[in-house]
Design a binder for this molecule. Structure first.
Ligand SMILES: [Zn+2]
Ligand SMILES: [Zn+2]
Length: 197
């Protein structure tokens, strides 16, 4: 057999060296694609964080959390809880309030806490961070008061995981004010004493 020229032998050596690398790169690429497949979408990512924040809530009737995001960065967060320095539901019990809905049904609400959305907006104000043009992630459709605050905070989009039994006015004013409202699950959030059976 003809002996390869020194130059050809050098090239062959190089190629042989590269071959195992090619295999490794292929396996790595497949693994990367697998990981990319498992990565949550941006909405899922922020909704997961919102749920984690909610675990810090001090009222066990909802354990709501909220995240405010701008340009895919978290600028503020909040959970339902009493004003700073005030007693919590978990320590002294709920502060219940009965509301008669327009359709005549009664629903009971705990009014001791500031809602997660309110606390997230207030945290941004306290830190001097603008919420103008941001996106708000929340466990359920905001109540009427929170919806009004969201609009006036300049928040442009609301992503709610579940619906809220008393959320119809919020949905109406979001539409009226041009706020994009996304309901992820077309399901009513289970809530004690909601008045709807
Ligand atoms: Zn409570
Ligand atoms: Zn609210």
């Amino acid at each position: 057999m003809k002996k390869p020229t020194p130059k050809k032998a050098k090239i062959a050596k190089k190629i042989n060296k590269k071959k195992p690398g090619v295999e490794v790169n292929k396996a790595l690429k497949e693994k990367m694609l697998e990981i990319i497949d498992q990565r949550p979408s941006w909405d899922e990512y922020f909704l997961n964080i919102m749920q984690t924040i909610g675990t810090r809530s001090t009222c066990d009737r909802g354990r709501l959390g909220c995240v405010i995001v701008k340009d895919r960065r978290i600028i503020s967060g909040g959970y339902s809880g009493s004003p700073a320095g005030c007693k919590h539901c978990d320590e002294v019990g709920h502060e219940m309030h009965t509301v008669i809905q327009e359709d005549g049904t009664e629903s009971r609400h705990c009014i001791r806490t500031s809602h997660a959305e309110q606390n997230a907006i207030v945290q941004a104000a306290k830190a001097g961070v603008s919420t103008d043009g941001s996106v708000l992630y929340i466990k359920m459709t905001p109540c009427y008061t929170c919806a009004k605050m969201i609009i006036n905070a300049g928040i442009k989009k609301v992503v709610a995981l579940n619906d809220y039994h008393a959320g119809s006015r919020s949905r109406e004013i979001f539409k009226e004010a041009g706020i994009e409202y996304v309901l992820v699950n077309n399901k009513m959030q289970e809530y004690p004493d909601s008045g709807k059976k």
